[in-house]
Design a protein around this ligand. Structure first.
Ligand code: ADP
Ligand code: MG
Length: 294
């Protein structure tokens, strides 16, 4: 009966836009009692909007957005897509980028018109030895309202900041509620984003445990911590930065539609639509399948 129930479960899931890669994955999701969610693109739509561009000294606001968009054109991050869209809306001509690099959970870098440009968060800038003091107060004010701000530097000097806002998915709160109903006792959010924005979003999604400013490595460590507590851990994510955590969880679940290829490959289950409530459906189906087996 076991293989039959599993085949039926996987087939039924597929019809509902849930790709379950193996029988083990279906069983594990049926056993899950802790779920860790990524924030951006997972609990939130990941469709960020640029809400403002700050500039410093003699640099024009337009140039801050122009170099940021030029770099971000090469990144898959939801934040990057929003910055590129803002640049396009202003009909800015985006210069070529050389030696582009992604720094997962941190930002991006590259050479533009012979200058070394960085776009990313405070931690990244600290690591690169670029002071963010001049825009720090503005950034902190914006964080309190749930916004995310990334700094822009050229040739090792801070030149501006781009502020962005995201929205919680409509289904997130219900999904979290349903998971609790299905007996998932531990639910938390892991994000590389700042504490202010993280808390703001978590509250709206009904998640009370929040780990902010988590590097990809730290997300992975959190999963390990939960595992060591004897929990069966599900991790839900969409980004490159979530891949290590998705791999180390008992069951990694990727948001397939808007997410990255890397996350989908690292996961055991891929939600093919953009509907996070399918995470609760997968758990329910897993539970049901195990009942059939026993
Ligand atoms: P989340 O965990 O919410 O999905 P990430 O770990 O992907 O977030 O990113 C965490 C932080 O790293 C972002 O809030 C941003 O500050 C910075 N970051 C990541 N990717 C980029 C990028 N392409 N451009 C600028 N900043 C980035
Ligand atoms: Mg994400």
């Amino acid at each position: 009966a076991t293989p039959t129930a599993i085949m039926a479960g996987i087939g039924s899931a597929a019809k509902h836009g849930i790709l379950i890669k193996s029988g083990v994955a279906l069983e594990q999701v049926g056993l899950v009692n802790a779920i860790l969610f990524d924030k951006t693109g997972t609990l939130t739509e990941g469709k960020l909007q640029v809400t403002g561009v700050a500039r410093l000294r003699s640099v024009r606001q337009e140039d801050v957005l122009r170099v940021a968009a030029a770099l971000e054109r090469h990144s898959e991050h939801p934040l990057a897509q929003a910055i590129v869209a803002a640049g396009e809306a202003q009909r800015l001509e985006l210069p070529e980028v050389e030696s582009f690099l992604v720094h997962p959970g941190n930002g991006v870098s590259g050479r533009i018109e012979g200058k070394e440009v960085l776009v990313g968060n405070r931690r990244f800038f600290a690591e690169m030895g670029v002071s963010t003091d001049e825009l720090r107060q503005l950034q902190e004010e914006q964080e309190k309202t749930g916004q995310t701000a990334v700094f822009v530097a050229s040739e090792g000097k801070l030149v501006g900041m781009v502020s962005l806002a995201d929205r919680v998915r409509l289904e997130s709160r219900d999904t979290v509620g349903l998971l609790r109903l299905h007996g998932v006792g531990e639910i938390a959010m892991l994000t590389g984003d700042n504490q202010g924005a993280a808390t703001h979003i978590a509250r709206q999604a009904g998640v009370t445990t929040v780990f902010a400013e988590q590097f990809p490595e730290a997300k992975y460590q959190r999963v390990e911590e939960y595992r060591k507590r004897g929990l069966i851990v599900g991790m839900v994510g969409d980004g490159i930065n979530d891949a290590p955590a998705l791999t180390s969880a008992h069951v990694g679940i990727a948001m397939g539609a808007g997410g990255t290829q890397i996350a989908a490959e690292a996961a055991d289950i891929v939600i093919m639509t953009d509907d996070i409530s399918k995470v609760a459906d997968a758990v329910k189906l897993g539970r049901k399948t195990l009942q059939v087996i026993r």
